[in-house]
Design a protein around this ligand. Structure first.
Ligand code: CUA
Length: 160
C-alpha cells in the first residue's frame, strides 16, 4: 500500500512538472507584451474581396479612442498590407482572410496566432505593448501553403 502511495505521489509530481513545462512554452512569451484577448470567425466571399467594406482597402483603421482594426489579406506568398504600424498601448482587432489557400497569421513570439482559411474571416483582438520606442514584430505563415511558404511574412511596428 505504501509503495502505491509513493508511486502516485511521484506520478502526480511528474504530471505537474510536465504541465508546467507546456504552460511555459505556450504562455511564456506573453511577457513580450502582446496578448490575444479574443478571437472569432466570420464568413466572406474570397472571389469578391474588393467589394468587402474592409478588405477592399486593407490596412489599419481607427475605430475608437484607443481601438483599431486591421484588415489583412493573405495570399501565396504575402500579406497585404505587408508592412504596417499600430499605436502602442492600444487594442487592435485583426481581421484576416485568404484569397487562395489556407495560411496562418502568427505574430512571432506571442500567442496571437490563427489559421487563415479562404471564405472565412479570422478575427483576433490583441493588446499592444506600451513600448517607449518603435518595436518591430514579425508576422509569419505557419501553415504550409506551397513552395514559397517559407518566404511568407509581414512586419508590424508598434509605435509610441
Ligand atoms: Cu502561407 Cu504558408
Amino acid at each position: 500500500m505504501n509503495i502505491h502511495t509513493y508511486e502516485k505521489f511521484w506520478l502526480a509530481a511528474a504530471m505537474v512538472l510536465i504541465v508546467g513545462f507546456i504552460a511555459t512554452i505556450t504562455y511564456g512569451s506573453v511577457g513580450i507584451g502582446i496578448a490575444m484577448v479574443d478571437d472569432e470567425q466570420d464568413t466572406v466571399n474570397p472571389d469578391n474581396l474588393d467589394e468587402h467594406p474592409g478588405f477592399a482597402d486593407p490596412g489599419v483603421e481607427q475605430v475608437g479612442e484607443n481601438e483599431y482594426e486591421v484588415h489583412i489579406i493573405a495570399v501565396q506568398y504575402a500579406y497585404f498590407p505587408g508592412d504596417f504600424e499600430v499605436p502602442a498601448d492600444s487594442e487592435v482587432t485583426f481581421h484576416v482572410t485568404s484569397e487562395d489557400v489556407i495560411h496562418s497569421f502568427s505574430v512571432v513570439g506571442t500567442n496571437a496566432n490563427t489559421m487563415v482559411i479562404p471564405g472565412e474571416v479570422a478575427s483576433l483582438t490583441v493588446e499592444m505593448p506600451d513600448v517607449d520606442e518603435p518595436t518591430e514584430y514579425g508576422i509569419l505563415c505557419n501553415e504550409y501553403c506551397g513552395p514559397g511558404h517559407h518566404d511568407m511574412e509581414a512586419l508590424m511596428t508598434v509605435v509610441p
